[in-house]
Design a protein around this ligand. Structure first.
Ligand SMILES: Cc1cc2nc3c(=O)[nH]c(=O)nc-3n(C[C@H](O)[C@H](O)[C@H](O)COP(=O)(O)O)c2cc1C
Length: 122
């Protein structure tokens, strides 16, 4: 129940938000891995999938970057509905009417490095 879901190499998780971080779209892979239906996600703040191990500073950096109209990349640990978690390598893009995140599998080495780094951050 608190297990890791290890992404498949073909998993490609996409979500979009408005300017305030409210989810406006999620693709099938995101719904499948996160454990939610599209209806449960749309209209909710994207922090609904936040995992408590993620430092606030990582998301501050994400928001500062995309609000500055730049592309943010980084490793993110997310919660799964009902328990469990998964790691991704995320690329977040600014768009005209909001933001889009595209996520793919992170390697075990990348996950280990991110875990170590995030333990030193708040
Ligand atoms: C396009 C986009 C995708 C995001 N994806 C995630 C995500 O997968 N997981 C996550 O915890 N936060 C994600 N965030 C950041 C959240 O909006 C939020 O800042 C974060 O969960 C921390 O919550 P807090 O801002 O309430 O502290 C995303 C933000 C944007 C703009």
């Amino acid at each position: 129940m608190n297990d890791e879901y290890v992404l498949l190499k073909e998993d490609f998780l996409v979500s979009q938000t408005d300017k305030k971080g409210i989810i406006t779209f999620a693709n099938e892979d995101f719904c499948k891995v996160a454990g939610y239906t599209l209806d449960e996600l749309v209209g909710q703040p994207h922090n609904m999938v936040r995992h408590h191990d993620m430092p606030k500073a990582a998301f501050k950096d994400l928001w500062d970057t995309v609000k500055g109209n730049d592309i943010w990349t980084g490793y993110v640990k997310n919660s799964i509905k009902g328990g469990g978690y998964y790691w991704v390598y995320a690329t977040v893009y600014p768009m005209d009417d909001g933001y889009m995140s595209c996520r793919r599998k992170a390697s075990p080495d990348e996950i280990e490095a991110a875990e170590k780094l995030y333990k030193t951050m708040r």
